[in-house]
Design a protein around this ligand. Structure first.
Ligand SMILES: [Mg+2]
Length: 357
């Protein structure tokens, strides 16, 4: 039996659910998030809106400026979660082994469903299965999914990061080394900013440069070196994660003296955001949900959160969303005894949009 892995990703999920539920929104630049007249951020954008440069986590005011005809819609997380359950249920019914990585994304191990006597034949064999699954999601849920195929998670995900909407991509075993060559090193799972910079300093820009590098990659990437070399050649033995992984990361601080001093609170959030970001990066994760927690002098405790379609890792993004939540919910109406920042909805961060050179 040869390994066949699908990466399934719903196309512009939140916005597509909105467009499906409200026919008036179809074909329009839909921006899910706070209206541009308010302080707030974009949670998701339809393809029509993305053409104007609208992106998740962008302030709504900026989105309104880039896309003046955009239709702003309030997010309905409950609805998206319900829809996600329906889709994952439908996917699991194929008999595939399923690892759901976020509300709209999953890996499927379909090896057992593909009969063939060599690896590429198994991959090709799986394409009809992928097509059927896409068609079922379209007919039963009126939504489109992108499904990409490879012999492991690394390749299936990279194929997905290259996707044009509504596509189906397969990276074959025969072509994988060639396929990876022109990609920037950042395209590989586990290569973050620090590793990327170290590789760039050594003159390694593309995955091809990595493949050709004669020395030990440990000198450049530490203990990640040997794995990085495997990834560069399209080899990845990571199994699907079926158990419970880390669910959330958070930090909080109790002040010596209750305070509503914005400077103190901002410094505290900056520090927490930096710490959480470092931990996310260490686990090679991104976060979909950012939460703030406040406690007042009388021990009343409130938490407020926001979820985005895209995952975040950078401290500035976490910090900005935390400040946004504090302001939107007017949480600093009186001095705080405690302030906390947390993230959940953790998963492998989205790959950069890649351009084939
Ligand atoms: Mg998606």
């Amino acid at each position: 039996m040869f390994r066949v892995i699908f990466h399934l990703d719903m196309d512009a999920f939140y916005a597509s659910v909105e467009q499906r539920d409200s026919p008036a929104l179809r074909g329009k630049a839909v921006i899910v998030g706070a209206p541009p007249t308010q302080r707030g951020v974009v949670c998701a954008a339809s393809y029509e809106a993305r053409k104007f440069g609208v992106r998740s986590a962008m302030p709504s005011i900026t989105a309104g400026r880039l896309c003046p005809d955009g239709v702003f819609v309030r997010p309905r997380m409950e609805r998206y979660r319900e829809e996600s359950d329906q889709i994952m249920h439908l996917v699991a019914a194929t008999g595939a082994v399923l690892e759901q990585v976020s509300i709209d994304e999953a890996y499927l191990d379909v090896s057992a469903l593909c009969q063939a006597d060599e690896p590429d034949a198994a991959l090709l064999d799986s394409v009809s299965l992928a097509r059927q699954l896409k068609a079922r999601i379209r007919t039963e849920r009126q939504l489109t999914a992108t499904i990409c195929v490879g012999s492991n998670k690394l390749l299936a995900k990279i194929a997905s990061d290259h996707q044009i909407p509504y596509g189906l991509t397969l990276i074959s075993e025969k072509d994988k080394v060639q396929f990876l060559r022109p990609l920037p090193v950042r395209a590989l799972y586990g290569v973050g900013k620090v590793t990327e910079e170290a590789l760039h300093r050594a003159g390694i820009e593309t995955v091809g440069d990595l493949q050709d590098h004669p020395g030990d990659l440990r000198a450049l990437a530490g203990s990640f070196g040997p794995k990085l070399r495997q990834f560069a050649f399209g080899e990845d033995h990571r199994p699907l994660e079926l158990g419970e992984e880390i669910k959330s990361i958070s930090g909080e601080e109790t002040f010596l003296k209750d305070t509503d001093d914005r400077k103190v609170l901002r410094a505290c959030l900056r520090e927490q955001a930096a710490d959480i970001s470092a931990r996310l990066k260490r686990h090679r994760l991104g976060a979909h949900t950012v939460q703030v927690k406040v406690r007042y002098s009388d021990f009343t405790t409130l938490t407020r959160q926001i979820s985005l379609e895209e995952s975040l890792t950078e401290p500035d993004d976490l910090y900005r969303l935390a400040c946004f939540l504090l302001a939107r919910e007017k949480l600093v109406s009186r001095p705080l005894r405690l302030l906390g920042l947390g993230v959940s909805g953790l998963r492998e961060p989205a790959g950069q949009q890649l351009v084939l050179i």
